[in-house]
Design a protein around this ligand. Structure first.
Ligand SMILES: [Zn+2]
Length: 341
């Protein structure tokens, strides 16, 4: 009966959010087109095609519960697969990460989940909470998904977000630190096809979901920011046409044919400063509405707190993800400078 409900309505996310007990034990079934469906837990659904696949793809959304556009995009893809309107030819794992935060339309309930991966959830000095438990579960699910693929498969993880503020570069992606590994031009071409023309190269290990998949499983992994946060139902979905079409093709085609990487069409930045908040009086020295990737001159005062001033070290150094309301010890601002790949 549950299977009929899912395949008729496609409402996996709604069932996960409002009737999570339906998935209190794992379920598995096949669609009429031979695609195997496995649901290990609410908000997590894996599709495995009958044919031999060459790609293992993780699409995650809702790591921040109020970032609705990616949740709506993934919900629609899952729904269409369940209703046989879209047939996956690659293995794909969809993750709706923070279901309780979606219900209260907040970024998180207790703690920013995207600071809890690569084992940070088990950091024993912090109290247990639902974000830590979920991050631990997601690590296991992703690990199992990648490890049960064939050894020839290529691994991908796109962790889809929207930013709190507007951005001069509307859609951008964070490329996790590769520890000396080569950046993939093919992946940059893929992101450009999604409408993502700005790439930020991270230069240190971190506790994000995309770094976890990149580091632990050698996946091509990215944190992808698709625009600005709006409430459910208020997103202009036409702004996401390119990303939806490209993700559909990634899932449902044997081979993607994309225009080759063109450095002229992309803006690439490297992280220059990671500025953490150490005191309650931490203050940003620019307007709250300042868009991401706004740049300043060398020497410009960006932020201050007791005992420290943070200034631009280069002309054209730009701000990303400013948030003076983070917890003490957490990142309040990144600065980036243009680079080439
Ligand atoms: Zn986010």
């Amino acid at each position: 009966m549950l299977v009929d409900r899912l395949t008729e309505t496609g409402q996996f996310l709604a069932c996960s959010r409002f009737d999570p007990h339906l998935f209190s034990s794992p379920i598995e079934f096949s669609l009429a087109n031979g695609v195997n469906v496995a649901i290990p837990s609410p908000g997590i659904i894996q599709f495995s095609p009958a044919n031999q696949a060459s790609k293992d793809i993780v699409l995650s959304c809702g790591v921040h519960g109020n970032e609705t556009a990616p949740i709506e995009i993934c919900d629609d893809l899952v729904s269409r697969i369940l209703r046989l309107e879209l047939c996956p030819r690659q293995r794909v794992l969809f993750i709706f990460a923070n279901l309780p935060a979606m219900d209260i339309a907040q970024r998180f309930v207790e703690e920013n989940m995207n600071r809890l991966f690569s084992g940070e959830h088990a950091n024993s000095t912090a109290a247990q909470n639902q974000e830590r438990l979920r991050a631990c579960e997601l690590e296991k699910v992703v690990g199992q998904f990648f490890q049960t693929g064939t050894s020839e498969s290529t691994r991908f993880h796109y962790d889809l977000h929207t930013a709190i503020r507007a951005s001069k570069n509307d859609k951008f992606a964070v490329y996790p630190f590769l520890h000396g590994g080569r950046h993939s031009h093919e992946q940059l071409a893929f992101l450009l096809a999604c409408g993502v023309n700005t790439i930020l190269l991270s230069e240190s290990p971190t506790t994000t979901f995309s770094y976890f998949s990149s580091r632990q499983f050698g996946a091509h992994a990215f944190t992808v920011e698709l625009g600005k946060v709006y409430p459910f139902g208020q997103n202009d979905m036409s702004q996401f046409a390119a990303v939806i079409k490209t993700l559909e093709a990634l899932i449902s085609e044997d081979h993607l044919s994309l225009p080759p990487f063109d450095s002229e069409k992309m803006y690439i930045y490297r992280v220059n400063q990671v500025i953490n908040k150490h005191h309650h009086d931490f203050k940003l020295h620019f307007e709250d509405a300042t868009p991401n990737f706004t740049d300043f001159e060398k020497g410009h005062l960006l932020a201050s707190e007791t005992g420290a001033e943070y200034r631009c070290e280069f002309d054209g150094e730009a701000i990303v993800f400013p948030n003076e309301n983070v917890a003490i010890g957490q990142r309040a601002l990144l600065t980036v400078v243009p680079t080439q790949l």
